[in-house]
Design a protein around this ligand. Structure first.
Ligand code: ZN
Length: 441
């Protein structure tokens, strides 16, 4: 059985960037992989230049070429079977499509930023496997430093035993812990909000404006849907930032973003940010895609939470969006289960009424600027909409798989108009809440 020590390989003297792995450095936020506009920042991170897979479905080896030694750690996760490698922030310069085709025990792998200062590689496994060895080789014989991972097929029982044998109080170094959520919130909070929070030091009155959380879907290692070279994570971030600017300009609400750069945020943390901020509204921004064999679809759709999906299409989408945590290498077995409490249930019922009201307002506003899906109001079991006390809505802006939808999604003009209609709906929602709150007295 592999000991924990076997999985933690600390090689070489402490590389400057390796230190970033141990502590969050908000100052480095935004230096994302593939961010071509920031080559200078990216250049200061170790570079991963090539990747190779070898072996068969009994033993598979993964090799990553680097330009310097790094520290890392590797661990396995169940359901689905995955291996996660946590690294200091790297600049990935791998061939496009790297990781889409697997070999042996590795079905596919993804890589990218999971937090400022930290990158991650997530391997989808064909079956249960253990990490037999993992290490970094020094540069030698004209070869660059290499990270090597050797996987060996085991049966399910041995796999589960090897997970249990690992003592892993810090399995998720910075993601998912309470501190990390707070840190994440601090990192992603817009400067205006950070200022407002910092203002507590002075004797200024507290900011009592309603909090609107804007949640750009996916990020970092999780690209979301992709088509024609466009990634959902980038499209929805652009839209969400424009929406933030629009809503903040009006000055009536405090806006909190779940992310402002290309960082992976687990679904549970998005919900926690909304709850910790006592948000009055949570708006998740996404873009859908239909597999080619399933034909074509177009237009925006607005989703609310329900136990039972409104139709098969909504169910498919919720399943897809809920995969974000598995894609990002989150240990799903460690996620807290939903609390079954009658009070939460009651709060939830009221929350759902408000969520549905906001969804209808959104539909009415958005249809003046954006093309809507033929049945634009739907519901399904989206994890990100599960805050029991925060009205929450998920907008699918359109289909990146549809040619004219994609033209809209990348158009500044379309974005500006549609952002305006969403901001309008937010205004209408709060106007109505104020009125009903007033009439209740
Ligand atoms: Zn999405």
């Amino acid at each position: 059985m592999a000991s924990r020590a076997n999985h933690i390989v600390l090689l070489g003297a402490a590389v400057a960037c390796a230190a970033a792995f141990c502590c969050l450095r908000p100052g480095t936020a935004g230096a994302a992989e593939g961010d071509l506009e920031r080559p200078v920042v990216a250049a200061s991170f170790p570079i991963a230049s090539d990747v190779r897979l070898a072996g068969d479905n009994k033993r598979t080896r993964f090799i990553l070429d680097l330009d310097k030694n790094i520290q890392f750690r590797a661990f396995a996760l169940a359901d689905p079977y995955r291996v996660v490698v946590d690294l200091p922030q790297l600049t990935f310069q791998l061939a496009s499509g790297a990781g889409t085709a697997g070999r042996g025990l590795i079905k596919a792998f993804r890589y990218g930023l999971v937090m400022p200062g930290g990158s991650r590689i997530v391997f989808d496994l064909a079956g249960p496997a253990r990490i037999e060895k993992s290490y970094v080789l020094d540069a030698a014989n004209g070869q660059p430093p290499r990270l090597v991972l050797e996987l060996e097929a085991v049966d399910r029982t041995a796999f589960v035993q090897s997970l249990a044998a690992e003592s892993r109080p810090d399995l998720r170094p910075a993601i998912g812990t309470t501190d990390a959520v707070a840190a994440t919130a601090a990192v992603v909070t817009s400067p205006a909000v950070a200022e407002a929070t910092g203002a507590a030091k002075a004797a200024e009155p507290p900011d009592v404006r309603p909090v609107v959380v804007i949640d750009p879907g996916h990020g970092g290692i999780d690209n979301g849907t992709q088509a024609s070279g466009e990634s959902e994570k980038n499209l929805v971030l652009g839209f969400a930032l424009a929406l933030r600017d629009r809503v903040e300009k009006a000055g009536k609400y405090r806006v909190v973003m779940t992310r402002t750069d290309d960082t992976f945020i687990p679904l549970g943390d998005r919900v926690r940010i909304a709850r910790n901020q006592s948000a009055a509204l949570f708006v998740s921004i996404h873009a859908d895609a239909l597999p080619r064999r399933e034909g074509d679809a177009q237009g925006a759709t607005i989703y609310t939470l329900s136990d039972k999906a409104s139709d098969a299409e909504a169910e498919r989408l919720a399943e897809l969006e809920n995969k974000a945590d598995a894609i990002g290498g989150v240990n799903l077995t460690e996620e807290p289960t939903d609390v079954a409490d009658i009070l939460i249930d009651l709060a939830q019922r009221e929350t759902r009424t408000f969520s549905n009201r906001f969804a209808r307002l959104l539909k009415n506003e958005m249809k003046t600027t954006a093309r809507m899906y033929k049945h634009p109001l739907k519901s399904a079991g989206f994890k990100v909409l599960k805050a029991p006390d925060v009205p929450s809505v998920l907008i699918e802006l359109g289909y990146v798989s549809n040619k004219s939808d994609l033209e809209h999604l990348v158009s500044d003009n379309w974005r500006s108009k549609t952002v305006g209609s969403v901001a309008q709906a937010i205004d209408a929602f709060f106007a109505k809440r104020m009125v009903s709150a007033g009439s209740a007295n």
